[in-house]
Design a protein around this ligand. Structure first.
Ligand code: NAP
Length: 624
């Protein structure tokens, strides 16, 4: 249907829009000082809101069109960024955030500083994985003109978004920040894109940027060994036609953290006559209509899939081992309105500032993670902000369950919010109040031919057990084996206390090997959304690779002492955060490994980690 863009349509668009982004985009165009003096959107009174909307509508009526605003100067950019939050940021923060509005063509990616040098003959990078980070790396290498091949074990692009196809799968950070900032103004169907659309988006990126034709599908990396005499990695790949060998100067692993499902095992499991399904292996034809279903797990996956299952199945038993803090998200599940699609296309700068505004909600997360001893001494639980979040989420649980005390008693965690990966509600609490749903908090003793026997002896007869039990996060890079210099195996190297890396990306004895989303790389705080980090890490690997090429060398490797020093500092920093403190329930948290150390996250304040990942400390490397 043809959209009629008249005054009423434009007004609706502005009323639906992110008013912070409207204000800043309009100010960028007009320099109208009245806009600069308005407060941030959340603090606008009715009259100020009307004034802003009127100004935007009247400007759009005269000027709407698909033009791109010029890239602001640094000074102007900083002023505009400060307008979004209503606060002046420091230099460290400005450096980390300046490319968030994405006025550049390829934010965070690097170019050759002095023109492209001649590459060694046959030089090639092997990228393992065609999910978000593999694509970020490939696009970065396309920009530099460095030959590469992407090895993908599946038969399509998408990584975790190809693997996971369970009901209601979607992103749980708003799509405008969970996409690449080099792909401008992508029009998502919903505010939080569904899994199938995210996978299609990744394939679109792969094809548009020339990566697809450099991707080899059904190539599953089993082993990679560094041949020191030739400075080459030799990769063994399982294919449908047997084992294939490939050689590359550099390997970049982009295998993700959530690639290998964790399958639980229960006593007497083989006796169960029904079906056991892990969400990451969801059968396309699984029909749960009229079935009795057990759902194990209440992490992001279990919480996302309960509502659609409960709507179909006859009876659902939800087995909860540990309660979670589960929060709502505005516009979760809502379609993008045609008016907003129009605004993105026709209001210059709106898309850029909507990205920035959406991301700015992550800037202050560090404050939730650090204890306040004075506050605790006065009877507080962790720190004022964290405790306020606890109160808000407790009230949310109460509201969603209709005040049912039997449920509330089982659902409110004792540990502090933000100590585990936040979980986003998809009608999970509400589903628990349905007549056909029962929350079970007794442990699982064993399976029976017809279902589950709980530790208190209760029997739950089911046809299907959905094991939303997570992923083998701790077994990083496994089952593939990497053999570095002197025959060192990466898994042996990591056997003392789990996977470690320098900046999450490199390890001594493994020259020319870069890990994206590697050990201790997921930023915990002050962050900017993961796709930006994929690009930042890819650019870091590219800096190292290009420096090696420019110097006419064949190996780039982190020094052992730099690796040790970095990891000591990392452990010290991690110990200060909520994850390892009692309030954080470290034994119930996949961020913490079996050796009791934080393995998934970078504990640094986000802008500081960004600095480390964008300014290579060359003294920490040997290039030979
Ligand atoms: P998860 O967070 O590790 O949760 C696993 C759940 O299964 C927990 O409730 C755990 O209980 C339970 N569990 C594990 N083993 C069990 C056993 N043997 N018996 C009974 N219960 C068991 O896994 P996930 O939900 O798949 O999420 C993993 C990560 O994937 C998320 O944190 C997120 O980063 C990502 N993810 C993202 C999205 C999204 O963005 N939309 C969606 C899904 C997943 P305990 O808590 O007691 O260990």
């Amino acid at each position: 249907m043809e959209t009629t863009v008249d005054s009423a349509f434009i007004r609706r668009a502005v009323e639906l829009a992110d008013l912070n982004a409207v204000r800043v985009a309009l100010y960028q165009q007009t320099k109208d000082q009245e806009l600069a003096s308005l407060p941030v959107a959340a603090k606008l009174d009715d009259a100020e809101r009307e004034l802003l909307i009127d100004k935007a509508v009247s400007w759009l009526e005269r000027n709407a069109g698909p033009t791109v605003p010029p890239r602001p100067t640094d000074e102007e950019l900083r002023e505009l960024m400060n307008m979004v939050t209503g606060e002046d940021m420091g230099d460290l923060e400005f450096e980390a955030r300046r490319q968030l509005p994405a006025f550049e063509d390829f934010p965070w990616m690097i170019d050759w500083p002095d023109g492209k040098p001649e590459l060694p003959e046959g030089f090639k990078v092997a990228i393992v994985g065609s999910g978000f980070s593999g694509l970020a790396m490939a696009v970065q290498l396309e920009r530099l003109g460095i030959p590469y091949v992407v090895l993908e074990r599946r038969s399509e692009v998408g990584g975790t978004w190809s693997i996971n196809r369970y009901p209601d799968i979607r992103v749980d950070t708003i799509s405008v920040t969970y996409d690449f900032s080099f792909e401008k103004k992508f029009q998502w169907t919903e505010y939080f894109g569904r899994g199938a659309e995210v996978r299609k988006y990744l394939e679109h990126i792969s094809r548009k940027y020339g990566v697809f034709e450099n991707t080899l599908f059904e190539r599953d990396l089993k082993k990679a060994s560094f041949d020191e005499s030739r400075n080459l990695w030799v990769l063994e790949l399982a294919t449908p036609d047997g084992v294939e060998t490939l050689e590359a100067n550099v390997i970049v692993t982009a295998v993700g953290t959530f690639a290998n499902p964790k399958f639980p095992s229960f006593e007497n499991q083989e006796a169960f006559e029904g079906e056991i399904v892990h969400p990451a292996r969801w059968p396309d034809d699984l029909d749960l209509k009229g079935k009795r279903v057990a759902v194990l797990g209440n992490g992001s996956t279990g919480v996302q899939l309960l509502a659609p299952i409960a709507a179909e199945a006859e009876q659902v038993f939800v087995f909860q081992r540990t309660p979670q803090w589960i929060s709502p998200r505005e516009k979760y599940g809502s379609p993008f309105e045609p008016e907003i699609h129009w605004l993105i296309d026709n209001f210059p700068g709106y898309w850029n500032w909507a990205r920035y505004t959406a991301t700015s909600s992550l800037f202050e997360t560090h404050q939730f993670l650090v204890p306040d001893e004075e506050w605790k001494a006065k009877g507080g639980k962790f720190n004022p902000l964290n405790d306020k979040m606890r109160d808000d989420l407790t009230a949310y649980i109460s509201a969603q369950t209709g005040g049912r005390q039997d449920l509330i008693d089982k659902l409110v965690p004792e540990y502090a919010p933000f100590s585990r990966r936040p979980v986003v509600d998809n009608g999970w609490y509400k589903s628990l109040t349905r007549d056909n749903v029962e929350l079970v908090t007794d442990g699982i003793a064993r399976l029976t031919p017809s279902g589950i026997e709980a530790e208190d002896g209760s029997l739950y007869d089911v046809d299907v057990i959905v094991t939303a039990t997570g992923f083998e996060v701790i077994k990083y890079l496994a089952p593939a084996e990497f053999i570095g210099k002197d025959g060192v195996s990466i898994h042996e190297f990591w056997s003392k206390d789990g996977p470690r890396a320098y900046l999450g990306m490199v390890a001594p004895n493994f020259p020319n090997l870069f890990m994206l989303y590697g050990p201790n790389s997921q930023p915990l705080s002050g962050g900017t959304g993961l796709p930006i980090w994929y690009v930042v890490w890819a650019a870091y690997a590219a800096r190292c690779i290009s420096r090696m090429i420019e110097e006419g060398k064949a190996q780039v490797e982190v020094k052992p002492e730099a690796f040790e020093r970095y990891n000591e500092a990392l452990d010290a920093e991690a110990s200060k955060l909520i994850l390892l403190q009692d309030e954080g329930a470290p034994d119930k948290n996949y961020y913490v490994n079996e050796f009791g150390r934080v393995q998934v996250n970078a504990p640094w304040y986000g802008p500081e980690y960004h600095r480390l990942c964008t300014q290579v400390a060359w003294n920490d490397f040997v290039i030979t």
